[in-house]
Design a protein around this ligand. Structure first.
Ligand SMILES: [Zn+2]
Length: 310
């Protein structure tokens, strides 16, 4: 914008000088005539004619030097088309996401330094299924002696991850404000602590939320009361030697959950492991300032950047 204003100003000044100086106008008019006099025009016409006829078959020998002009023209056209292509290519999804964050959440945008993180591929259903089975076996072998209710609770949580048809393990409905924070947690966990995270559930439909809240041991939140409906919450597990690990009875995983909680809190997320009633170690959420827990807001937050996801 500033460039345009400066450019306009320069042109305007030049125009004023031109208007106020008779000598300058005279000089320009003379130059103009000398360039476009009849002689020059005739020469140009002749050249154009020769250039055109040089491409005919019987002149390939005698007019080869003119044909080089055709090559130059073709080269220029090719170059121009590359330039046009480069400047008109569609805006990438990450650019949309970056634009969204720059406007809505400058804090995380600054933290990311303009570089949008890309989500890992969706976790294999078979691996999740195996992890659930392994965790339930571990749970029955080592029942929680001090808190029997917690064992049952954990089993229920595991069973709820079996609802494959309706569980969303993708990243596309998550709001970038949460998504980029969580991806940063993924990155730090891997680079600093050597834990690979996998996304178990991101967006959760209001229907599934209501079904879950039917059992008060797992969640008390009804539809539009959980951050999952706003694309602002997720549940994660770990990956070790190519296998998914969900169990809280696994000391390695439990250590991972503690670190996950610390890292998540450091980027402004709320960790479910700190909750008093029902601890949810894999859960984090972003308590977005100004959030209204309504259906409209949920739909807006989960869809407005849908094009901004890969
Ligand atoms: Zn959750």
């Amino acid at each position: 914008m500033i460039i345009f204003i400066v450019l306009f100003f320069v042109v305007f000044i030049g125009f004023l000088i031109f208007l106020s100086s008779y000598e300058l106008r005279d000089f320009v008019a003379e130059k103009f005539q000398s360039i476009f006099n009849k002689e020059k025009l005739f020469q140009a016409k002749k050249f154009a004619h020769e250039l055109n006829s040089s491409s005919s078959l019987n002149q390939t020998q005698s007019h080869w030097h003119l044909q080089q002009w055709w090559i130059l023209v073709a080269g220029l056209l090719l170059f121009a088309s590359i330039i046009i292509f480069a400047f008109t290519r569609p805006i990438s999804p990450t650019e949309i996401e970056a634009d969204y964050l720059r406007k809505s959440d400058p804090q995380i945008y600054a933290l990311l330094n303009g570089e949008m993180l890309t989500p890992p591929p969706e976790v294999d259903e078979k691996l999740v299924e195996e992890a659930i089975t392994a965790a339930m076996i571990l749970n029955s072998q080592n029942p929680d002696s001090t808190n029997a209710a917690h064992s049952a609770e954990h089993n229920l949580e595991l069973l709820q991850q079996r609802d494959h048809a309706v569980i969303d393990r993708k990243w596309n409905k998550m709001n970038p404000r949460y998504k980029q924070r969580l991806l940063m947690v993924f990155k730090i966990m891997k680079e600093r602590h050597g834990y690979e995270l996998v996304l178990l559930e991101g967006y959760r439909s209001p229907e599934r939320q209501n079904r879950l809240s039917g059992n008060k041991n797992t969640t008390l939140a009804k539809a539009y009361q959980s951050y999952h409906q706003f694309g602002l919450a997720a549940d994660v597990a770990f990956k070790r030697d190519g296998k998914v690990v969900i169990s809280e009875r696994d000391p390695w995983a439990m250590r991972g959950y503690q670190l996950y909680g610390e890292v998540a809190e450091s980027v402004g997320l709320t960790w479910g492991g700190r909750w008093k009633s029902i601890q949810d170690y894999g859960h984090t959420e972003y308590r977005m300032p100004g959030l209204r827990k309504t259906k409209e807001m949920a739909e807006q937050l989960t869809s407005e950047t849908e094009t901004g996801n890969s």
